[in-house]
Design a protein around this ligand. Structure first.
Ligand code: ATP
Length: 221
């Protein structure tokens, strides 16, 4: 890669941000990723004070307070090198402005924002069929990405579980939160000239376009 890539993946719950991230990490071994949802779920698994607080919001499908998530993400980001993917943060205009204030003095602001536009009917059925391996964040799907052995992770053979927020009510709230917060966020990055939208019903359709978009960015003069 020539230019560093500092990518934000935007998209509704179940749009495949995690799946695309894993595919990109395979392609670019130097790339690192920060997923705000994964950081929070790790805290919940570890039973930390932050985890206990965050789980009250997460299980209802509501956003956790800006200050809480901002602190956590900045801590992770400051350990990373030049190229990275952000998944799930920033999610509100305030978070985007905070992030820019944090990164601009380091000369490391986001340089590419890709919105994954996947129809709601597709994402709802994906989430209903989603199973996760909590320790790694690997996800499976009852239809198009089944584990080799039903109910078990392919690599560790540990049990797969449902996420506490992959239920109908939390899902509705997550979609509502997404609709309410995304327009200002997209406008913010559109004004900066770094927003691209990729539409598609499946990760296989989206990935080659995403890859081209990133390669083009990395070669930009
Ligand atoms: P997906 O289902 O594809 O993982 P998602 O966007 O619903 O997408 P996560 O990004 O894992 O899921 O987030 C899960 C929950 O964690 C959110 O519903 C919210 O409660 C909390 N969360 C994660 N990131 C943020 C953030 N940037 N600001 C506020 N809350 C967040």
């Amino acid at each position: 890669m020539l230019n560093p890539i500092r990518l934000l993946l935007l998209g509704p719950p179940g749009a495949g941000k995690g799946t695309q991230t894993l595919k990109l990490l395979k392609q670019f071994p130097n790339l690192k990723t920060v997923s705000s949802g994964d950081i929070l779920r790790q805290h919940i698994r570890n039973g930390t004070r932050i985890g206990t607080l965050a789980s009250q919001y997460i299980k209802q499908g509501k956003l956790v307070p800006d200050e809480l998530i901002t602190k956590l993400v900045f801590k992770h980001l400051s350990t990373l090198n030049d190229s990275w993917i952000l998944d799930g943060y920033p999610r509100t205009l305030t978070q985007a402005q905070n992030l820019s204030q944090f990164l601009t003095p380091l000369d490391r602001d986001i340089n590419l924002v890709v919105e994954l536009a996947v129809p709601e009917s597709v994402i709802i059925s994906r989430i209903e069929e989603r199973w996760v391996h909590p320790a790694s964040g690997r996800t499976y799907n009852d239809t198009y990405n089944k584990p080799k052995v039903a109910g078990l992770d392919d690599i560790t053979s540990e049990p797969l579980v449902k996420r506490s927020d992959d239920n109908k009510l939390a899902m509705q709230n997550r979609l509502e939160e997404y609709r309410a917060t995304t327009s200002p966020l997209k406008q913010y990055y559109k004004d900066k000239g770094i927003l691209t939208t990729i539409s598609g019903d499946s990760s296989d359709v989206i990935f080659p376009i995403l890859l081209d978009t990133i390669l083009e960015k990395s070669r930009e003069a």
